[in-house]
Design a protein around this ligand. Structure first.
Ligand code: ADP
Ligand code: F6P
Length: 463
């Protein structure tokens, strides 16, 4: 009998519904194939709920049982808005300037991880395989072990692992890293992340490297490796054939028959480099006037983590910049920037991507970036669009045939967009073929298979 897969993540997506955010999309794809239990936050905040407590809800969704937990408002504020999104997210994306260290946040983070462990442990079977996801839940295995759980537990970090000296700015960094050693396997997005992890544990924790990917420290031994996440290419290409997707493409083509469309699709997050992207677009119009009245940027940006100040700031900055560009270059019959602050229905995405001549995927730092892969999967191989990709996205390690840019260099990014807009068909086809081959090879199924095989094979040995 094969073991049941138990996935744990803060954000739960109903596998049959629309979701924005790489984690929910990838796990929805992975779980709908194997079935299992998906445990996480319900998304509900209960005003005045007791600290460290929350109601558990069980709801089947196809082959998957969803188990979700409500959070009290204090817990949510400290664990999610506080430690996860005001400490770990900015620091892991190299934004020490945006981090707000607060002891109360860390206490709430530990409290909620303990709550997750307590509630989850009541649902576990002895031969379950547990797969924990992302920065919200780093200490979960240590909490489960403290309750006596002996199951195999793997962890996958969807966001970047920062270099050791950046990590060391977090007051509790040693406790965080120590708790990673309670897992049997640590998965990271890229080789650069593995190198940062290895350097941290060797220099800060005196870890010993035993064999290629085994590290021994804190009386434990753990395996750490790169498992680059991917998309479900066939599912995405099937979506491209839905009436909604075709209608989206046709509508854009008829609305912009003479325009070249540039496409951006992101959560409205400061890590995504959106102001820099708009500045590069502004520079394109300034330095290459042939694009005026022609190149049009459609930027769809999903609201996210509203209430955290840095997200309010980025929203204001973006609205200001798009207004400025439209005011400066717009004509009665042409608006250079169409900025949409909303989540687009997933069925419409392939149509939007396919209408694009160029995709702008220019994060300042990103664990992987699935939008880059979705854009490639959605293209017409006989007449594909061009991917302009930040060298600071994890995806850049694999997607070398994209036009790689430094998003901080506004002039060079504008130059790359100009090159993309003028690229001859033969070069577009050649680059796209190479990219699609890679996206197919490293798809979400391989990611899940390889991680779970490595987790089954991981030897749990005391250090
Ligand atoms: P992150 O996990 O940081 O949000 P990714 O690029 O890895 O970044 O994943 C984002 C996922 O969410 C993709 O599957 C993408 O299609 C989806 N998404 C992002 N923004 C939007 C949006 N505005 N509308 C619809 N889907 C979105
Ligand atoms: O993929 C990175 C990630 O942080 C996920 O962990 C998260 O679910 C997603 O982005 C969206 O963020 P949030 O869950 O805070 O809305």
């Amino acid at each position: 009998m094969t073991s049941r897969l138990v996935v744990v993540s803060n954000r739960i997506g109903d596998p049959r519904k629309v979701a924005a955010g790489g984690l929910a999309v990838a796990l929805g794809d992975a779980l709908s194939e194997s079935g299992g239990l998906w445990f996480g936050w319900s998304g509900k905040v209960v005003a005045g709920g007791a600290r460290g407590e929350g109601d558990l809800h069980l709801q089947p969704s196809g082959k998957v049982m969803l188990a979700t937990l409500d959070l009290g408002s204090d817990d949510h504020a400290a664990y999610y808005a506080g430690y996860s999104n005001r400490v770990l997210w900015p620091v892991f994306h190299y934004r020490l300037d945006l981090a707000q260290f607060d002891d109360g946040y860390f206490e709430g983070y530990q409290r909620v991880n303990r709550l997750f462990a307590r509630k989850l442990s009541t649902l576990l079977k002895p031969d379950d395989v547990i797969w924990v996801h992302d920065y919200h839940l780093i200490p979960l295995a240590a909490e489960l072990r403290a309750l006596g759980c002996r199951q195999r537990i793997g962890f996958f970090l969807h966001i970047p692992m920062p270099p050791p000296l950046v990590m060391a700015a977090i007051p509790a960094h040693d406790m965080l890293m120590r708790s990673l050693f309670a897992y049997d396997l640590i998965g990271l997005q890229s080789e650069a992340d593995v190198a940062h992890f290895a350097r941290y544990v060797e220099t800060e924790a005196g870890a010993e490297r035993v064999g290629g990917d085994q590290y021994r420290a804190f009386g434990q031994q753990v395996c750490a490796r790169a498992f680059p996440i991917g998309i479900d290419v066939d599912e995405f290409q099937d979506l491209a054939q839905t009436p909604e997707s075709i209608e989206t493409r046709e509508t854009l083509r008829s609305q912009y028959p003479l325009r070249q469309l540039l496409i951006g699709v992101d959560r409205l997050d400061y890590s995504k480099g959106l102001p820099q992207r708009l500045r590069a677009f502004h520079r394109l119009l300034a330095d290459y006037p042939e694009n005026r009245n022609s190149a049009t940027l459609i930027q769809v940006a999903t609201p996210t983590r509203e209430g955290v100040e840095s997200y309010e700031d980025i929203r204001r900055e973006l609205e200001g910049l798009s207004g400025q560009i439209n005011g400066e270059y717009g004509e009665l019959d042409w608006m250079p920037v169409r900025y949409i602050h909303r989540t687009l229905a997933r069925r419409r995405l392939p149509g939007l991507y396919r209408a694009g001549r160029v995709a702008l995927v220019t994060p300042l730092r990103d664990g992987m970036n699935l939008v880059a892969k979705e854009f490639v999967a959605a293209q017409d191989p006989a007449d594909p669009g061009v991917l302009v990709l930040s060298r600071f996205a994890g995806a850049a390690e694999q997607m070398r045939a994209a036009l790689l840019v430094n998003p901080y260099d506004i002039g060079a990014t504008a130059g790359a967009v100009q090159r993309a807009l003028r690229m001859p068909l033969s070069e577009r086809v050649e680059r796209h073929q190479a990219l699609l081959t890679g996206v197919r090879e490293h798809d979400v199924h391989r990611w899940r298979r390889e991680f779970l095989q490595a987790l089954q094979a991981a030897e749990r040995a005391p250090g």
